[in-house]
Design a protein around this ligand. Structure first.
Ligand code: THU
Length: 136
């Protein structure tokens, strides 16, 4: 578990805003940036990257999770996501699942209703444990 006061949320939001400036959004014109502290303290980021085949577009969180794996792996400790105005944005449902897979226990998220845990934004989540339980 991480203490919310130990997280530099301003730095995380700034990193999310910087990532947002790289978004490729010719279709929605809705840039998104995401940033998270990994368990070793580094920051990983992502932006949304859309596609002419609309449904194939990638959310900012997809890039962030890819960045996590590419730069040494680990787990996500604290997360922030912003829109084109730098305002806090909730991760979509699919992206909550993406984040859950790579979450440290008690992962914190900056949300529109304050700092929340991953379990609060994705209650009773389906995850690797369910697969393990079935195969036993
Ligand atoms: N989007 C994200 O990048 N992350 C979210 O959690 C919500 C939605 C993107 C997808 C699409 O490129 C644009 O926002 C409008 O839906």
């Amino acid at each position: 578990m991480t203490d919310a006061d130990s997280i530099d949320w301003g730095r995380l939001r700034d990193a999310a805003s910087a990532a947002m400036s790289n978004a490729y959004v010719p279709y929605s014109k809705f840039p998104v940036g995401a940033a998270a502290y990994a368990s070793d303290g580094r920051i990983v980021t992502g932006c949304n990257v859309e596609n002419a085949s609309y449904g194939v577009g990638l959310c900012a969180e997809c890039g962030l999770v890819s960045n996590l794996a590419m730069t040494g792996g680990g787990q996500l400790v604290a997360f922030a996501c912003v829109n084109g105005n730098g305002e806090t944005l909730m991760p979509c449902g699919r992206c909550r699942q993406l984040l859950f897979e790579h979450s440290a226990p008690g992962m914190l998220l900056d949300t529109v209703s304050g700092i929340r845990t991953i379990d609060e934004v994705l209650p009773d989540a389906f995850g690797p444990r369910q697969l393990d339980e079935f195969s036993r």
